[in-house]
Design a protein around this ligand. Structure first.
Ligand code: PLP
Length: 406
């Protein structure tokens, strides 16, 4: 038994934490499936999924089992040794995707950091130092390390931290002509989110991704898909590139991959992977046995026809009801997204007020997400029960009714 814990409250956050977040007024303490309970015992339905992370909801028995079994065996050995869960996970990812090789780390930012460093290294080795330019898209999000905010297309995240990483340009998303005008033989990589997540749930057009693939091939540039948010079943395919039928050279994954346990992965081909030779890159925790044991269990459950088909069915259920609510209350004009990554685009009258919708939903006992100020985002568990979808959307409708009457 552990020692008794001192009581803590939300107010403690403002005393002892770095103030870079503004957490909600309540503290969740327990979860089961798509329900969460706070300190006061209030129950909420979770359509946020820890920002597209809790892919199988809370305390899924398969994940709890995998974690506790591994916890009793071996926690950590570093990369001076390899370990069984990491090798099993790599086999699973290689078998299920275009990739021949996996690199494990602890977050989406680190998976992208590895992807960008690999792309620059490949170009350096094959063509020399001139070929180092990275093309990313306006409004994109790739993480919060200095390299990844520099590549990300939102200056509010990269300004004010001194010199940024250079050799990076940003072109409008879903605009093939703009990419064509920017790409050159100095381009080492083009990085695209198949669906822009953080900036509003904006899906790519198939023709855009196909065109980007062709342009990259023409200029010996690598195509990187940031699938940190779209990967691991979220779109109803294991990865969004499979949904689109356009294959990248490098893919980054995180968020849902660990179902709530921190892990990231960079996937690539044999030919490219060999450029990260011994000593060129690394991380102490990457491929940690606990994280990999959980990710193995996540893939075993998610990468099945039942769960993936379920995502498509649940998408229809969400979309139909959300469109109805949006129209009835004049709250939003469009419901977009793929699978269980859904964005409701606020109408003119509610533009900029996604936070108010978030607050209204919370008051009714529902957790949702924003994706920028103009979009309300839903990223629930892929196995959310139909009854929870109905009850959660009832709560959302009550929130919409109160908000628009006020
Ligand atoms: C969340 C996210 C990241 C960053 O992942 P972290 O685990 O927060 O570092 C990168 N890219 C995309 C597309 C994301 O949604």
């Amino acid at each position: 038994m552990s020692a008794p814990q001192a009581p803590v409250q939300r107010a403690d956050f403002d005393q002892v934490m770095v103030p870079n977040y503004a957490p909600a007024a309540f503290i969740p303490v327990r979860g089961a499936g798509s329900r969460v309970w706070d300190q006061a015992g209030r129950e909420l339905i979770d359509f946020a999924g820890g920002i597209a992370v809790n892919v199988l909801g809370h305390a899924h028995p398969a994940l709890v089992g995998a974690l506790t079994e591994q916890a009793n065996k071996l926690w950590h050995v570093s990369n001076v040794f390899t370990n069984e869960p990491a090798l099993r996970l790599a086999h699973k990812l290689v078998d299920a995707t275009f990739a021949d090789r996996a690199f494990f780390c602890n977050s989406g930012a680190e998976a992208n950091e590895a992807a960008f460093k690999l792309a620059r290294r490949v170009a350096h080795d094959r063509f020399g130092p001139e070929k180092h330019e990275i093309i990313a898209t306006v409004n994109s999000f790739h993480g919060r390390t200095l390299f990844t905010v520099s590549v990300g297309g939102q200056p509010k995240y990269s300004d004010g931290f001194g010199p940024k990483i250079t050799g990076i340009s940003h072109v409008p998303y879903n605009d093939l002509e703009a990419l064509k005008a920017q790409i050159s033989d100095k381009t080492c990589a083009v990085v695209i989110e198949p669906i822009q997540g953080e900036s509003g749930v904006v899906p790519a057009d198939v023709a855009y991704l196909q065109g980007a693939r062709e342009l990259c091939d023409k200029h010996n540039a690598l195509l990187i898909f940031d699938e940190v948010q779209t990967g691991v079943g979220r779109t109803g395919s294991l990865f969004a590139y499979q949904h689109y039928g356009v294959t990248p050279d490098i893919l980054s994954s995180a968020k849902s991959l660990g179902g709530g346990f921190p892990i990231g992965a960079m996937l690539t081909t044999e030919d490219l992977a060999k450029h990260l030779a011994v000593g060129t890159h690394g991380t102490t925790y990457g491929g940690n046995p606990l994280a990999c044991a959980v990710a193995n269990a996540v893939l075993d459950v998610v990468n099945t026809p039942e769960v993936l088909a379920g995502v498509k069915a649940k998408h229809q259920k969400f979309k139909a009801r959300l469109e109805q609510i949006g129209e009835k209350y004049g709250l939003f004009t469009q419901v977009r997204g793929v699978g269980l990554l859904i964005g409701c685009v606020l109408s003119e009258a509610w533009k900029g007020k996604a936070k108010e919708v978030f607050n209204a939903a919370e008051k009714e006992g529902l957790m949702v997400l924003q994706a920028g100020p103009d979009v309300v985002r839903f990223a629930p568990s892929l196995v959310v029960e139909d009854a929870d979808i109905d009850e959660g959307l009832d709560r959302f409708e009550r929130a919409a009714a109160k908000l628009t009457q006020a």
